[in-house]
Design a protein around this ligand. Structure first.
Ligand code: S3P
Length: 426
């Protein structure tokens, strides 16, 4: 149980958030598939990304790591001599399924209790259209056996708006014989596509931002990748800056890829005082974000808004809990299959603070209030990193001390979270 800090005098200062989780995973993956050395800086040393490093080491790739700097020596993959342990990481699991589907060997994958409940048919089914053979448990979950096959090109329409599923399909398409077209339901984060272009792949997205064309055959070559700051980590401090009285803070070098900036749009819609300074960048868009305490108006989100803010929806709920009026999040049924059922767990934790949240099958209705009436000061992450951090941000605004159970899960994506908080409290 961790005693959570309060912030009666607000949060101040400037912070550089850790490297982006999605981009860190992909840099290791592409570095492993490419020929030659890939040098990665500002890598996120969170548990999930370390799971990716370990998996590729188990697949025979030499990877040296010194803190946030990695060198990946790409030389092709070899069969692992044991089951690959995916830990808590959905991204490692789903993207690696796409990579291993076209390998020349069989692999096994296992995961922790939470990951072993998460749906994997959403990957095995589209991959089957390329000729992949992936066996899952009878529930469609891990453990999985991936029998590497010679794949063929395909035209596929994805049924879930998921960057993980899309990326798995892209990896299968790259290993296939012949071109492929992958069509998304809604645009999702496009880091795989952008980084593959940098590594030399023949991949292009149509102007609709939904249709992706992959022409296999080009060799990938090792690159330098500087990982930008993670918007999903910055989002915790943006939320804190907006809701904690007397705050003003700046987040430096944050990735501003438009498929990830949904939280900035939501903050703007809610009337938050937020400003963006765009920075020059060789890779994805980058900038500094400044936020200060703001009076928030309620917000309504629908399915089209969800992919760009998918991981920040617990924070949107927290912002809504502080807004004057009733907010609605709809079209977000994907929240039910994250590290926890985030519709249920977010409603439960905000309920402990006296906030009225109605669970919907695909979202939440949240009645904001100026002052919370804490009913239960024992908050819980339930093993979900983003829920644990949401609770810690809520505590900053609370007038009554709160505690957090299972705070260890935060290291999945943000190992330095509490030390960064200390910096902003000074
Ligand atoms: C991710 C995609 C999203 C996101 C996850 C990271 C990625 O998952 O929630 O944290 O790196 O591709 P889905 O693709 O399941 O929406």
């Amino acid at each position: 149980m961790k005693e959570l800090a309060m912030a009666p005098s607000g949060l101040h200062g400037r912070l550089t958030v850790p490297g982006d989780k999605s981009i860190s995973h992909r840099a290791v993956m592409l570095g492993s598939l490419a020929k030659g050395e890939t040098r990665i800086s500002n890598f996120l040393p969170g548990q999930d990304c370390l799971t990716t490093v370990k998996a590729f080491q188990d697949l025979g790739v030499k990877i040296d790591r010194e803190g946030e700097n990695l060198v990946v020596y790409g030389q092709g993959l070899k069969q692992a001599d044991k089951a690959l342990d995916m830990g808590n990481s959905g991204t490692t699991t789903r993207l690696l399924m796409g990579i291993l589907a076209g390998s020349s060997f069989t692999s096994q994958m296992i995961g922790d209790a939470s990951l072993s409940k998460r749906p994997m048919k959403r990957v095995s089914q589209p991959l089957a259209k390329f000729g992949a053979e992936i066996d899952l448990s009878p529930n469609g979950t891990l453990p999985a056996t991936i029998k590497g096959q010679k794949l063929h090109g395909a035209q596929i329409q994805l049924e879930v708006a998921s960057a993980q599923v899309k990326s798995a399909a892209i990896f299968a398409a790259l290993a296939a014989k012949g071109p492929s077209t992958i069509i998304e339901k809604l645009p999702t984060r496009n880091h795989t596509e952008i980084m593959l272009q940098q590594f030399g792949a023949d991949i292009a997205t149509d102007a609709d931002n939904l249709t992706i064309h992959v022409n296999p055959g080009r060799e990938l070559t090792g690159q330098e990748v500087e990982v930008p700051g993670d918007m999903s980590s910055a989002a915790f401090w943006l939320t804190a800056g907006a809701i904690v009285p007397n705050s003003k803070l700046t987040l430096a070098h944050v990735n501003l890829n438009p498929t990830r900036t949904g939280i900035v749009q939501v903050l703007k819609q809610m009337g938050a005082k937020i400003s963006i300074e765009q920075l020059p960048s060789k890779g994805e868009e980058l900038g500094n974000l400044t936020i200060e305490t703001s009076q928030l108006a309620p917000v309504k989100l629908t399915a089209e808004d969800i992919p760009a803010v998918i991981d920040e929806l617990p924070l949107v709920a927290l912002l809504a809990a502080c807004a004057e009026g009733t907010s609605e999040i709809r079209g977000a049924e994907e929240l039910r299959v994250k590290e926890t059922d985030r519709i249920k767990t977010v409603s439960q934790e905000l309920g402990k603070l006296g906030v009225e949240v109605t669970e919907l099958p695909d979202g939440m209705i949240i009645k904001g209030r100026k002052d919370w009436q804490v009913k239960d000061d024992n908050l819980d992450s339930y093993g979900d990193h983003r829920l644990g951090m949401m609770a810690a941000i809520a505590a900053l605004k609370s007038k009554q001390p709160l505690k957090l159970a299972n705070e260890g899960s935060i290291s999945v994506s943000y190992p330095g979270f509490f030390s960064d908080l200390e910096k902003l409290l000074k």
